[in-house]
Ligand binder design. Sequence first.
Ligand code: SF4
Length: 384
Amino acid sequence: MHAKLSASGAHRWMACTPSANLEEQFPDKSSEYAEEGTLAHSLAELILRYNNNEISKKTYSTRLNKLKKDPLYSQEMQEYVEDYALQVWEQINEVKAACPDAQALFEQRLDFSDYVPEGFGTGDVVIIADDMLQIIDLKYGKGVGVSAIGNPQLRLYGLGAWLEHSMLYDIRRIRMTVVQPRLENVSTEELSIEELLDWAETEVKPRARLAMEGEGEFCVGDHCRFCKAFATCRAQKDHQMELAKYEFADSELLDDSEIGEVLSRVDALAKWAEAVKDYAFDQALNHGVHYDGWKLVEGRSNRRYIDDTRVAEVLQKAGYHEIYKPKELQGITAMEKLIGKKQFADLLDGLVEKPEGKPVLVPQTDKRPELDSAEKIKNEFNEL
Ligand code: SF4
């Protein structure tokens, strides 16, 4: 059961306090990505506990074999998680070299309900040494790079860990790190305990109170991405529809600056439209909802063989032999998953290339360098 104000949702309920109440109206939905993340966390915990001599080799092997039976397990996952565990382990060793009494705790329940009603979460790794408390969080996803800077989830974990251990240790500083092995992303924020507590007191407490009571203003932003109310939130709809209200110039064709305006909104608009379509489809299919002017019908489908072996037998008997497709290699991503990233790199060194990508139009903020346009190249050529 999730807390209403979870640490992982804190960036959302802190920015848009009424979202917590809205989200309660929707069931929890698991996704393959979430399940994959859970499996990666179990694997990481197992490796770390074994490294830390908390479990025997036999227990480790038995549990590992069990995890390997999960259909979402892959050699690639094993390598990424080992990568992460190695980084954690290096950190623990470094800390222990300076402070032999340092403690490393894995999958700790962290309670921060002094600041957030019913608030708790699970910290992947907590390291306590001298005056420093560290939180390390594994992010197995690779959709978006996660930064530790100003990250409320990590700060709340830090707060929970501090609340738990401050009686026994004189903790002065807190360091929070995100490790995202599939993006080779490691990001750290370090705060003094005063800074953390000031943030908790002045920002978390009041926002949590509003969120708990369903008060405050709706606020649309990046935090809407995984909001359960995304498809049906009115504030979201109003925001997306603002494009329609733009004061476009009074001429028959849009000018370049107007097209620029449309471009800057169109991806978010398309994502929202897709979410509304998915939501409506689910409602119609699974909950019998009827939308005026819409109906459920059977989609188009392609013919398929009922029994491949039988089909082959019949055709071969009839004298047809060229009935199989030529053998095809697995795609690069699937192959990496199959044999693992390292093995892939070793064995296929020099046999994989990355051709030039086709030009794409992206926002100015994108990190990739700007391409010269055909027009510019033509002009430069004419100037020679
Ligand atoms: S979709 Fe965005 S604006 Fe709407 S409730 Fe969720 S977080 Fe708030």
